[in-house]
Design a binder for this molecule. Structure first.
Ligand code: ADP
Ligand code: MG
Length: 266
């Protein structure tokens, strides 16, 4: 989905992960991951369960902290900044407010939608703009209606989650993330919990977002979506990037582990 200008210009990467390591105690989950995501592009991360895909997304969104390496979002190192101390440049962890400002650039959609069950679709989408951004109720309402229409739910504003299908609930979750005006959207297996007949409507919304130029990182097993929408494929296994390239690598994998994986999901 990258257009000519973004593909050829040397713009600041939307996300740049360099030698990212993450350990949970003795469990070394990410072992030196490099990944660069260009603005306006779609990166699809593939890989078997347990390969560290969610952990990578969670690190980018600062839901976890790095144990090694660095991540830049929009040219800014996440979690840390350099400060002058006695004439020396030292690395300092960001305070909560600074972390929140960085995280505001990212929207995230999970496998489980986590909507508030006692709130309508509209109220779910209004919640963060009102309570996090301190937006006026009327403005938030208009924004929420706009975002719900964008995901095809203009007719379902006053429905409660229990009155919506899984696909519709996931679309509300996408609208909720979009209402915070993120620069980058992270999707962690957004269709894995859905009945097969509901997968397409969610993928279509994501396809539309990609067409509009949204920068997206998508963890999915939907190979058709990857082939059609991705600018970049990143195949992870065992906490490392085993193969990466354009969508054509799906039909021409080089690494045996990637070939093997594709044989199992295709
Ligand atoms: P994937 O999304 O590719 O399936 P994950 O990133 O969820 O993989 O997990 C990679 C490994 O890290 C798994 O072995 C998982 O059990 C482990 N892991 C993930 N989160 C935690 C955590 N908070 N504490 C301990 N282990 C974790
Ligand atoms: Mg996962």
């Amino acid at each position: 989905m990258t257009n000519e200008t973004t593909a050829t210009s040397k713009s600041t990467p939307a996300v740049k992960a360099v030698q990212v390591h993450k350990a949970f105690g003795d469990l070394h989950v990410l072992k030196g991951v490099d990944m660069t995501v260009e603005p306006g592009s779609v990166t699809v991360i593939l890989g078997p369960s347990g390969s560290g895909k969610s952990t990578l997304l969670r690190l980018i969104n600062q839901l976890e902290t790095l144990t090694g390496g660095s991540i830049e979002v929009d040219g800014e190192m996440i979690g840390y900044k350099y400060v002058e101390k006695k004439g020396q440049r030292v690395l300092q962890t960001l305070n909560d407010k600074e972390v929140a400002a960085q995280r505001a650039k990212l929207g995230m959609v999970f496998q489980r939608f986590n909507l508030f069950p006692h709130m309508t679709a509209l109220e779910n989408v209004m919640e963060a703009p009102v309570h996090v951004r301190h937006m006026g109720k009327q403005e938030a309402r208009e924004l929420a209606i706009h975002e719900l229409k964008r995901v095809g739910l203009g007719e379902r504003l006053d429905y409660y989650p229990s009155q919506l299908s899984g696909g519709q609930q996931q679309r509300v979750a996408i609208a909720r993330a979009l209402a915070m005006k993120p620069e980058i959207m992270l999707f962690d297996e957004p269709t894995s919990a859905l009945d097969p007949e509901l997968v397409g409507e969610v993928l279509n919304v994501m396809l539309e977002l990609a067409r509009e130029g949204m920068t997206m990182i998508v963890v999915t097993h939907e190979i058709g979506f990857a082939r059609e929408v991705a600018d970049q494929i990143v195949f992870m296994d065992g906490g490392v990037v085993v193969e990466q390239g354009g969508p054509e690598i799906i039909d021409n994998p080089t690494e045996p582990r990637f070939k093997d994986f594709l044989q199992h999901v295709l």
